[in-house]
Write a protein that binds this ligand. Structure first.
Ligand code: ADP
Ligand code: MG
Length: 347
């Protein structure tokens, strides 16, 4: 059926999950159209910074840039760490999500996800960056709310739910009921700290220096929340530079080599959850006990982390279906569905 032109829904409004590690863009009426690392490569030309690459292309350059070029992750702990560069990155992503700057029918309205602990100053910085990047209107949505919607929870009901989102920089714990955030807590522990912990333990115990990309790869392949039960556990070959004589070297790394430092970080997540549960009103706590804790964010995919959390709390733990996209999906659903209008913050 042909849709009359004035009915066509070619909107260019979008929701943006501007994570420390990944940026995901949801285009209204289309769904997720972009999912790339929150990385830019900056080149200095006559002393002025110029965007050389962004997203996946820039991530591939980490640890491999020539002089004069550097890779930057402009988001830290979920908020903007470098305003000018963040703006350039947001603009690049907005343009790419629309298939190039020339395809933008008009300046878009954007809905940006922010950590619930973001201060007023940080919220203003996000709005300003969005406006400078070309948005007409910038609205905000708190990440736990978006994560809950994206994970399929009915946030508007009088039922307590708990979301634990483990991102790159932080872990956000929130209790929601009736479309509101009842409690939230944040800990500066996430995927980045896990990568650092892996790199330092390999340097300490094997005199091998590895880059952050390699450390992340080890985490994705054999990372584990608790000591493996069968001795060494899974093994993988790892290449790096020998700390003593400086030459490239390859060694086998097993799960037991990296489990202890990862387990310490998992304990910090567990403590934050326990603290939040202890502060939660009994009726809401009973709801959480009945329905379980829902985990989102890439860190929830670390092997064994949901079991560790379930064991420590005595509450069932469910990992969202696609934890890396829950926040973006939820923010997108808030754009599409009137029922969620109340969770978007206008100014
Ligand atoms: P952010 O919202 O801060 O951008 P994400 O929710 O996108 O963070 O999660 C990114 C983090 O999740 C990265 O540190 C990444 O290494 C980690 N991650 C992704 N997949 C896995 C996995 N299978 N196991 C452990 N960590 C993972
Ligand atoms: Mg996130």
């Amino acid at each position: 059926m042909r849709v009359p032109r004035f009915f066509s829904t070619t909107s260019n409004d979008m929701a943006i999950d501007l994570g420390t590690v990944n940026t995901i863009v949801y285009l209204r009426g289309r769904g997720i159209v972009l999912n790339e690392p929150s990385v830019v490569a900056i080149e200095l030309i006559q002393g002025l910074p110029r965007l050389r690459a962004f997203g996946m292309e820039a991530k591939l350059m980490i640890g491999r840039t020539p002089q004069g070029t550097s890779t930057v992750r402009p988001m830290r702990d979920g908020v903007i760490a470098d305003v000018d560069i963040a703006e350039q990155m947001i603009k690049a992503f907005i343009d790419k999500a629309h298939g190039g700057p020339s395809r933008l029918p008009r300046r878009p309205d954007i809905l940006v996800c922010i950590p619930s602990g973001a201060t007023q100053v940080e919220r203003r910085a996000i709005r300003q960056a969005g406006t400078n990047a070309g948005a007409r209107r910038v609205r905000l949505i708190e990440e736990p709310m978006a994560a809950a919607i994206g994970a399929g929870l009915s946030i508007n009901e009088p039922i307590g739910t708990m979301i634990v989102d483990i991102g790159g920089g932080t872990t956000e714990v929130a209790v929601l009921s009736l479309g509101n955030l009842v409690h939230h807590a944040s800990a500066r522990v996430g995927g980045d700290k896990m990568d650092d912990a892996i790199a330092s333990s390999i340097r300490r115990n094997h005199n091998l220096v590895i880059g952050e990309t390699t450390a992340e790869r080890i985490k994705l392949e054999i990372g584990i929340a608790r000591m493996p039960e069968d001795g060494r556990g899974l093994v993988m070959p790892v290449r790096g530079r020998d700390q003593v004589n400086g030459v490239p070297r390859e060694i086998d790394i097993c799960q037991a080599d990296i489990a202890a430092p990862l387990s310490d970080l998992v304990d910090q997540v567990v403590e934050t959850v326990l603290r939040t549960l202890a502060a939660t009103e009994p009726e809401l706590a009973a709801d959480i006990h009945e329905h379980g804790i829902v985990m989102t964010g890439g860190g929830s995919l670390l092997a064994g982390i949901s079991d560790a959390l379930a064991e420590a709390t005595g509450v069932p733990v469910i990992i969202a279906e696609d934890p890396l996209t829950s926040v973006a999906m939820g923010a997108g659903m808030a754009l599409e569905n009137e029922a969620y209008a109340g969770v978007m913050i206008d100014s």
